[in-house]
Design a protein around this ligand. Structure first.
Ligand code: C2E
Ligand code: MG
Ligand code: MG
Ligand code: MG
Length: 285
């Protein structure tokens, strides 16, 4: 009896592994064709200055709508894109289209907003990355100063030696560098001084517990103070309630991003949500 059951368990186990392998295989196969089939699109999540509540910029977030798998979330396809090397082409697609959109937004809405782009460290350390980046940006007329490149803290530290000189070159060109998901990694305060970083994004897990955990509260307060003393902008991710926003204002956090302000929006929605400023409408043609 016990043998049969063991056998059954093993079979069941094998099947689920098999299904996982098949799913991964399908995912990879579909990902290889996603660009040519035009299945990617971009969304933009607004970032507001906390003091004055005005639009500071947007973070571009990639979306994939596949013909057979439907909507696939970034946490599933970004790691796969990194493992397969597809991230290079996909990343350049994001850069090109986001810069074009935001240049258009600035021109038509009479505003000058910041564009934040997520980068995988694999992209950063690719030989020709900076050339490719600059080429794409130059075509759109967007200034390097209006672009912030976000790098996740964890992966940055693990590739520190390779990544640091690239970040320095990007800073020298005028790009801003943001440390994403701050607080979740193995960060040491010394990195903040040695790395060419001018923004930190407090991970949304801390904002989530801001009102319910004293520990999160003091951590957030401390991160904001450290950011200020290092002359960095501090962004809070995942702001979902007014209470969180008020607490962040009290601690003098610079910028907020989250569902309270807006979900990630398609470009048309972004333009509707933030129409031309009065001064732009009244300015002489
Ligand atoms: P991230 O850069 O930390 O982006 C923030 C994530 O939090 C986004 O998830 C966003 O939709 C979500 N979010 C924003 N506000 C709230 C909120 O108030 N509550 C909650 N619960 N969530 C909120 P998303 O779009 O699923 O992206 C996940 C991750 O995928 C991103 O994390 C980023 O690391 C990566 N990613 C997205 N687009 C790209 C891309 O173009 N290139 C690369 N390399 N990575 C990307
Ligand atoms: Mg990000
Ligand atoms: Mg983040
Ligand atoms: Mg995050």
């Amino acid at each position: 009896k016990s043998k049969a059951r063991q056998k059954g368990d093993v079979l069941f186990f094998d099947q689920s592994i098999n299904e996982q392998v098949q799913h991964d295989f399908l995912l990879e196969e579909e990902l290889r064709h996603a660009l040519s089939r035009d299945e990617f699109y971009l969304t933009y999540q607004p970032q507001h200055l906390i003091d004055g509540d005005q639009l500071h910029g947007v973070e571009v977030l990639l979306r994939w709508n596949n013909q057979s798998l439907g909507q696939v979330p970034p946490f599933e396809f970004i790691p796969l894109a990194e493992d397969t090397g597809l991230i290079h082409e996909i990343g350049l697609f994001v850069i090109e289209h986001a810069c074009r959109d935001i240049a258009k937004f600035n021109a038509e809405q009479g505003q000058q907003i910041q564009l934040s782009i997520n980068l995988s460290p694999k992209q950063l350390i690719a030989k020709d990355f900076i050339n490719q980046l600059v080429k794409r940006v130059d075509c759109t007329g967007l200034s390097y100063q209006s672009i912030t490149l976000e790098i996740t803290e964890n992966v940055l530290i693990s590739d520190l030696v390779a990544v640091t000189p690239v970040l320095q070159q990007l800073r020298d060109l005028g790009f801003s560098i943001s440390l994403d998901d701050f607080g979740t990694g193995y960060s040491s305060l010394s990195y903040l001084n040695t790395l060419p970083i001018n923004e930190i994004k407090i991970d949304r897990s801390f904002i989530n517990k801001l009102l319910s955990s004293d520990q999160s509260d003091s951590l957030v307060k401390t991160i904001i103070a450290i950011g200020a003393s290092c002359h960095m902008k501090v962004v809070a991710e995942g702001v979902e309630t007014n209470e969180q926003l008020q607490r962040l204002a009290q601690y003098r956090c610079d910028i907020a991003q989250g569902y309270l302000l807006a979900q990630p929006l398609k470009f048309e929605q972004l333009c509707e949500r933030y129409p031309s400023s009065q001064s732009a409408i009244n300015s002489p043609a």
